[in-house]
Design a protein around this ligand. Structure first.
Ligand code: SF4
Length: 375
């Protein structure tokens, strides 16, 4: 019989970091259920560092895993590895509030259908782990992430096809969109040598053939990009319910906070900007959540610097780091005069792990101190 870790390829880092193995959990659309949060809190408490870490791809990772088999068994039991063969193809993003607030259409059925097709297509298990799929409901939040293959709604029943991070001016309906994204994924494999991203391809023959069979969109207003944080009290459009948006320092949810999030018994969407969106709350529930979770460290203030600042692990967790990035960032923000009015990402070395896809200020540790440059 195979051991749990044998059945979880792609979940665990192949080489441990200074603080142990890393487990990356695939969350299509950023959706995580209360039961899944509870399960991951259990895994992190027993085998990891007691936190759930948000990633810049809208997934979750657990750090400091000491026992891969033990952790793998619990992750499998929680149903968080639906297709072991496709585990590395983990970056599927979607406008997180789609169907609830804003946007031109509900992107979820399209992403869900695409993921089902993806997982049942054996050839697509060969896609590189960095590839990013994204469905943007027209608000522009996913387009800014530069999906390799994606969709941008420009009407309630039409998408502009996105390839290599750019809208192509080719049109597809929501019904045909999942199959088209599968075709484009196969075309990427056909065009690829050893490139990890569509953006890096030396030439695009198969992809352009797929696009050529689609009608042109004609002129349409490009989506206004949506860099504003989704944080605070967010009334949903068609019901009396509320979504609560929050962030957390360093993108790390302590296990105790995770337990409370699970106890709310509502789905949660995690975004590439490391926002935590609790949806479908009555107003009285939302009031209670604010009163309980704000003192525990969840930040519901859209003006908090943590809505714009992210960081990598730094030392001591990463032995490549030139500095204790988290500690230094805490010290920097403790100075009440600091104004953060653009996205900033702090890193411990030139690798720049977890960098936002959007333009941002990189604050990078070097052997002689921090440097700052715009990317
Ligand atoms: S950016 Fe450098 S210091 Fe930070 S986690 Fe990556 S490798 Fe480690």
């Amino acid at each position: 019989m195979s051991r749990p870790s044998d059945r979880c390829p792609g979940v665990f880092s192949s080489h441990p970091a200074a603080d142990g193995h890393l487990a990356r959990i695939r969350l299509p659309g950023g959706l995580i259920t209360p039961a899944q949060i509870q399960a991951l809190v259990g895994v992190s408490d027993e085998f990891g560092d007691g936190h759930l870490e948000l990633t810049s791809r809208g997934n979750v990772q657990l750090r400091g895993i000491t026992d891969i088999d033990g952790a793998g068994e619990l992750i499998l039991e929680a149903g968080l590895i639906p297709s072991p063969s496709h585990e590395r193809v983990r970056n599927l993003q979607m406008s997180a509030l789609t169907g609830r607030r804003g946007g031109l259409l509900d992107a979820w059925p399209v992403l869900d259908d695409f993921d089902t097709r993806l997982q049942s297509d054996a050839a697509l298990a060969k896609l590189p782990a960095r590839i990013l799929f994204g469905v943007d409901d027209g608000r522009g939040d996913i387009l800014t992430q530069g999906p390799d293959i994606g969709l941008l709604a420009y009407e309630a029943d039409s998408f502009d096809v996105v390839v290599g991070g750019k809208a192509t001016g080719r049109q597809v309906s929501p019904g045909d969109a999942p199959a088209l994204m599968i075709d484009l994924a196969h075309a990427f494999l056909a065009d690829r040598n050893d490139e990890w991203r569509v953006q890096d391809l030396a030439g695009r023959v198969a992809i352009d053939d797929v696009l050529a069979r689609l009608p042109r969109t004609g002129d349409h207003a490009m989506s206004k990009l949506g860099p504003e944080p989704q944080v605070g009290w967010l009334a949903q459009d068609d019901d009396d319910l509320v979504a609560l948006g929050s962030v957390v320092a360093h993108g790390r949810i302590p296990g105790r906070v995770g337990e409370f999030l699970s106890a709310i018994e509502r789905d949660i969407y995690l975004t590439p900007r490391k926002e935590i969106l609790i949806v479908d709350l009555s107003e009285s529930m939302a009031d209670t959540v604010l009163r309980v979770l704000a003192p525990m460290g969840l930040i519901f203030d859209e003006n908090s610097p943590w809505t714009r600042v992210t960081d990598c692990t730094g030392s001591p967790g990463c032995d490549k780091s030139h500095a204790d990035v988290r500690g230094d960032l805490d010290l920097h923000l403790r100075d009440g005069d600091v104004v953060i009015d653009e996205r900033e990402h702090w890193v411990g070395c030139e690798r720049g792990c977890g960098s936002p896809q959007e333009g941002h200020l990189r604050v990078e540790a070097t052997p002689t101190g921090y440097t700052r440059r715009r990317l």
